[in-house]
Design a protein around this ligand. Structure first.
Ligand SMILES: *[C@@H]1O[C@H](CO)[C@@H](O)[C@H](O)[C@H]1NC(C)=O
Ligand SMILES: *[C@@H]1O[C@H](CO)[C@@H](O)[C@H](O)[C@H]1NC(C)=O
Ligand SMILES: *[C@@H]1O[C@H](CO)[C@@H](O)[C@H](O)[C@H]1NC(C)=O
Ligand SMILES: *[C@@H]1O[C@H](CO)[C@@H](O)[C@H](O)[C@H]1NC(C)=O
Ligand SMILES: *[C@@H]1O[C@H](CO)[C@@H](O)[C@H](O)[C@H]1NC(C)=O
Length: 191
């Protein structure tokens, strides 16, 4: 088996391992908050890769599963991790969510083993219980996460062996009003 085939099999194995390769259920997507990011190379000399992210955050009464879809383009060698971070240099831009490897809130950062390389397009989708949001300060809740998202303080970072600080990055943008619809209209119609 040549190395290209190994890469392809690695990519397929990871895609099969993700819980949310299925389309997002209509009930979830139609009432969800959707944030997006454009990922850009942090150093164009080292990588020309780019990417897009969509983060779907359902209304809690519809679903507690958040879905992150990351699509990378170009070429990256040895992707080791992908995270959502909080932009706050004074506390070291802490990780708020582990995307790859997909880990829960009580885990510690871990590397993809083996690392993933691709040329062309590479997508990974992971689903999260809202409990997967990492408590970076006492009292951190989904509401805090949404406040940070609304303030443009959350970003996605894809790390590689040769660029451990991040090869492609992008800020999550959550269009106004970045809130779920309010459903208390007179008449009580479903919303
Ligand atoms: C992830 O995003 C890509 C690019 O937008 C899209 O083609 C793909 O269908 C998405 N996958 C899922 C599971 O939503
Ligand atoms: C980008 O990477 C090149 C090659 O390692 C390095 O010489 C250059 O200083 C880097 N640029 C920035 C802005 O870090
Ligand atoms: C960054 O973190 C510090 C320490 O928790 C906090 O005091 C400060 O308000 C934070 N800055 C922003 C912009 O959230
Ligand atoms: C979170 O991950 C850790 C380490 O993998 C595991 O021990 C723990 O049971 C997990 N907790 C939940 C709630 O999934
Ligand atoms: C990629 O990782 C392998 C080991 O997993 C290593 O041998 C190789 O040098 C790495 N390549 C780059 C460009 O980091």
């Amino acid at each position: 088996m040549n190395s290209r085939m190994i890469l392809v099999f690695t990519a397929i194995a990871i895609l099969m391992g993700s819980a949310a390769s299925q389309p997002v259920p209509w009930e979830v997507s139609v009432r969800a908050v959707v944030a997006t990011a454009n990922l850009k190379a942090t150093n164009k000399t080292l990588s020309s890769a780019s990417g897009t992210v969509s983060l779907i955050i359902p209304r809690l009464d519809k679903s507690t599963t958040m879905i992150a879809n990351v699509t990378l383009k170009g070429e990256l060698i040895n992707i080791t991790m992908a995270h959502i971070h909080l932009k706050n240099a004074s506390v070291g831009n802490p990780i708020v969510m582990f995307l790859q490897p997909r880990l829960n809130y009580s885990a510690r950062p871990a590397l993809l083993d083996p690392p993933v390389s691709f040329k062309g397009t590479y997508t990974f989708t992971s689903s999260y219980n809202l409990d997967n949001i990492i408590n970076i300060t006492p009292g951190w809740t989904l509401a805090s996460f949404m406040d940070m998202l609304r303030a443009g303080l959350l970003y996605v970072n894809v790390h590689t062996t040769s660029q451990p600080a991040g090869a492609v990055q992008g800020t999550l943008n959550c269009p106004f009003s970045c809130m779920w619809p309010v459903c208390s209209l007179p008449g009580g119609g479903s919303c």
